[in-house]
Write a protein that binds this ligand. Sequence first.
Ligand code: GDP
Ligand code: IMO
Ligand code: MG
Length: 427
Amino acid sequence: MKNRLVVVGTQWGDEGKGKITDYFAQQADVVVRYQGGNNAGHTIEFGGQRYALQSIPSGIFNPHIKNVMANGMVVNPVSVVSELETLESRGVKDYKLFISDRAAVVMPYHSVLDGAAESLKGGKQIGTTKKGIGPAYSDKYDRIGIRMGDLLDGDYFASRLRDALEIKNRELAMYGCEPMSFDTIYAQYMELGRRLGKYICDTSVLINEEIEKGSRVLFEGAQGVMLCIDHGTYPYVTSSSPTASSVPQNTGIAPRYVDNVIGVCKAYTTRVGEGPFPTELEGEIAHNIRERGHEYGTVTGRPRRVGWLDAVVLNHTRRVSGIDYLALMLFDVLSGLDTVKICVAYELDGRRIETMPATIPQFERCKPIYVEMPGWKEDISGIRSFDELPEAAKNYVRKIEELTRIKVAVLSVGPDRTQTVLLHDVF
Ligand code: GDP
Ligand code: IMO
Ligand code: MG
């Protein structure tokens, strides 16, 4: 058993990170979201209620948990306030929230620029969530970003905003968009700073103090490693790194404090947005999986693209992020198929490869090589132990472990917190 666990998406996002974070949060003292922003949509179900969180960490339902939005996030304060209001209207009123004073702020011009840049790309859109995530991270690295702590100092915020708008209004004009008013944004964001001020602090100090006390800390990733800015299918990626190796930098802790990593993995694969997807399915099987798994985006409502499980992807994720265990999610969705397939390698220009090429044209030419296994017809959503699984389903789990050399520690057979089978102690 370890005191610090990182929850990482191993595919293209929407693997069930919200569910797994909420599940382990029952034993946690602190839950830390370490990157991304309100492009994420993390679904949690318990007690007959369903919640979809975007920026707020998935420990928010436990009054004793310290929920941290760390420095590596891009925070849209409008969205955070609206999420908190929604939670409060549903009775979630007793919570502990901390927002890093160093987290980048998503400003109104970021979402406009996100949409404008996409519309210029003709047929080559990334298919972003249009939440302004890329432009907000760009400004951070361009050193013209505004940070959450800046909203608490009126004079400093004014000078930062004035400098940013000098540039941003020129960019908006370039796209044919209206310029934005300093006065309007200033008044609105000062008010948001006042509203959220009680949560804004140095979260690195907080997390380090908790770690030194021996607290149990969960780090909740957003997106998935295939959407990583460095290790994903660039440029069809998000603008941050969801890997476990990004946790120290994104939260302000020492690398040695990351001691266990659980990779959240759908029993098949999905992707929203554009970009190559070698195991993508079309036709009846895709339709059945999409409907059974309710594969429509939590944030944008877009139908998710669906495909077979890809062990090349999982091995890539294991390598670049570090994954100690897998949580195998939406396993119930695969019931009813005659056979199930797992991609074990690609064929690229007549050669067999087991790693992922860096460029899109090469990745697009990769043809999956599959192992095919018997499926199972039984409904498995009620099972609560590995032994209750049909033999074919057990073999599917064993095959994944063999192909990835990672142990499956959690099986998820439905969206509810209780539909979870723990096979190994990881936290
Ligand atoms: P996240 O972004 O990784 O947190 O995942 P999402 O919440 O975007 O998408 C996962 C979806 O699958 C949500 O609708 C969950 O309620 C649902 N879900 C999670 N685990 C399971 C499972 O084991 N079975 C089924 N049928 N649905 C699940
Ligand atoms: P969670 O945390 C799935 C995808 C978008 C697009 C690309 C870039 O719920 O798993 P962005 O708006 O980030 O610039 O979009 O990344 N994307 C996600 N796909 N789940 C997510 O988050 C995603 N966040 C971004 O669809 O392809
Ligand atoms: Mg999601």
